[in-house]
Design a protein around this ligand. Structure first.
Ligand code: XMP
Length: 508
């Protein structure tokens, strides 16, 4: 498979570069700048990402370019461009004018292969504190903006290109053209990396890897574990044993309906009712991280006991996806862990199973495309993300079966309402929180003193940042009425209008 290697210098946009290249149906991988993989014949080109560092800083990341520069086509973005300029004897320094946000190209060398089809005036997205003041000899300018003379350059006699703006960001309107020029025309990659080709090679690899062994896999109802299971099922059929645990923290009727869908898809799946066990360990626990830990541990205990019943299982199947893989090896920028278990997973040491992770190289949207290609129903593929600890982290106090029941009813009205109004697919994630607050209300002639719920719906690309959804007022009025009239114990509905950051999507 023709491959592009992206070396990560810690930019917030590195994953975006990879996604944009894959949108060209070209396979690419991200690696930390100091862990360059073997550059086999499949590798057709290299991209240097941006970075939060200045290339003049003492601890700035320095890549080993000995097998790259001048030997393979190279595209250096932002920090990469500045690093290469400095490396060649140029001067990079803090820019005097703001170079953040939109700018327009006012000079383009249209004979340059990187700039082919990029029109004069094209809007680009700048985001850098440093700028290139002096370009080394033998470096040729290929585009400029009013404030940035060396917005892009090529090193003469080499397939080495550099740009100080970010082609991967949506606001660089011809960014896709530029990336296509690089990966297709300059690197010569074939554009044959598609969901169908992924399925074909993955099924073959899975058959070879697993052979006649048994695989155990935990299904969660989410997209990733479902697609992983269907792929494995296609490769090894009923050697795959799926376990779907009811932790009592799922949405209304979710366990039954999802279990039914799994069976319809021909999966060899066992549903395990462990509700009471989870309610037992959660009794009296109010602290969010303690809830997460208790749920995680109980899940492993239940799963382990079930897995042991499958004699001679050798493998554990997991729906790990590419962002989880990159996150655990990426060059650390300023971000830090806010909530403990976004990358759930990992095995207790005593489970001596080998891991098989068929989606390890895919982004979320690619998992969905593969799922559709596998014929999985849209209803399952298009589902909003739902956290592993489920409704427990949407109940802002201790968890009881009664509170779960109330929240399930509220959530159901909201989600079904979104579906009925044709809004479900416009929202990235939605749900309801049960607040530890009682408020006074009046129903008929009676005073009530009942719970408050908060609805949350967000728009996002990957959950890292999110904006609250501007749902229509009449829709919200209808949902609020329905909740207050139908759910006993709730007399007030609020809507969360906070963006992430600073607010997170889940309240706990
Ligand atoms: P936050 O609340 O951090 O959530 O803005 C971002 C995304 O992650 C999901 N989330 C979790 N998923 N275990 C999970 O599997 C968790 O503990 C967890 N906490 C948050 C959240 O639903 C959103 O999609």
């Amino acid at each position: 498979m023709d491959t592009i290697i992206i070396l990560d210098f810690g930019s917030q946009y590195t994953q975006l570069i990879a996604r944009k290249i894959r949108e060209q149906n070209v396979y690419c991988e991200i690696h930390p700048f100091d862990k360059i993989p073997a550059l086999t014949a499949d590798v057709k080109g290299v991209v240097f990402s941006g970075s939060p560092y200045s290339c003049n800083a003492a601890d700035a990341p320095v890549p080993d370019m000995s097998n790259i520069k001048g030997k393979l086509p190279l595209l250096a973005v932002c920090y990469g461009a500045q690093y290469l300029a400095k490396w060649g004897g140029g001067r990079v320094q803090q820019s005097k004018i703001r170079e953040y946000g939109r700018a327009n190209l006012n000079f383009i060398d249209s004979s340059n292969p990187l700039m082919k089809g990029v029109p004069m005036g094209s809007q680009v997205w700048m985001s850098h504190g440093d700028t290139i003041e002096v370009l080394p000899e033998g470096y040729k300018t290929i585009c400029s903006t009013e404030n940035v003379k060396y917005a892009g350059y090529q090193i003469e006699g080499e397939q080495t290109y550099a740009i100080q703006f970010h082609p991967e960001v949506h606001h660089s309107v011809d960014g896709n053209t530029l990336l296509r020029n690089f990966v297709v025309d300059i690197c010569g990659c074939r554009q044959d990396w598609t969901p169908a080709s992924f399925i074909e090679t993955t099924v073959k690899e899975l058959c070879e890897k697993v052979g006649g062994d048994k695989v155990v896999l935990g299904l969660s109802g989410g997209v990733d574990s479902t697609v992983a299971a269907v792929l494995l099922n296609r490769a090894i059929g009923h050697q795959l044993h799926c376990i779907f645990v009811d932790n009592g923290l799922l949405r209304k009727n979710e366990f039954e309906s999802v279990l039914e869908s799994y069976k319809d898809m021909g999966l060899n799946v066992k549903g395990v009712d462990a509700k009471d066990r989870f309610y037992g360990v959660l009794a009296g626990v109010t602290e969010p991280e303690k809830k997460r830990k208790a749920i995680g541990k109980t899940f492993i205990d239940v799963f382990d006991a079930e897995a042991k019943l499958i004699t001679d299982a050798k493998w554990l199947g997991q729906g790990t996806i590419y962002p989880d893989v990159i996150e655990s090896s990426s060059v650390k920028g300023p971000s830090q862990t806010i909530k403990s278990h976004h990358n759930v997973g990992g095995l207790p040491d005593y489970m001596k199973l080998k891991l098989v992770e068929p989606l390890r190289s895919l982004f979320k949207d690619e998992v969905r495309r593969v799922g559709r290609q596998l014929g999985i129903k849209d209803e399952l593929i298009g589902r909003h993300p739902f956290p592993g600890p489920g409704l427990a982290i949407r109940i802002l106090s201790d968890v009881t079966p009664e509170k779960v029941h109330i929240l399930q009813e509220v959530d159901h009205i909201f989600i079904q309402g979104l579906r009925d109004a044709g809004l479900y697919d416009k929202v990235w994630q939605a749900g309801a929180m049960l607040l530890p607050v009682q408020s006074v209300g009046v129903m008929g002639d009676e005073r009530t003193y009942e719970s408050v719920v908060a609805l949350r719906a967000v728009e996002s690309v990957d959950g890292m940042t999110a904006d609250w959804s501007h749902l229509p007022y009449d829709f919200m009025a209808k949902v609020s009425n329905e909740i207050i009239n139908r759910v006993k114990g709730v007399n007030r509905v609020c809507y969360d209008i906070s963006s992430k950051p600073p607010a997170t999507i889940e309240w706990e």
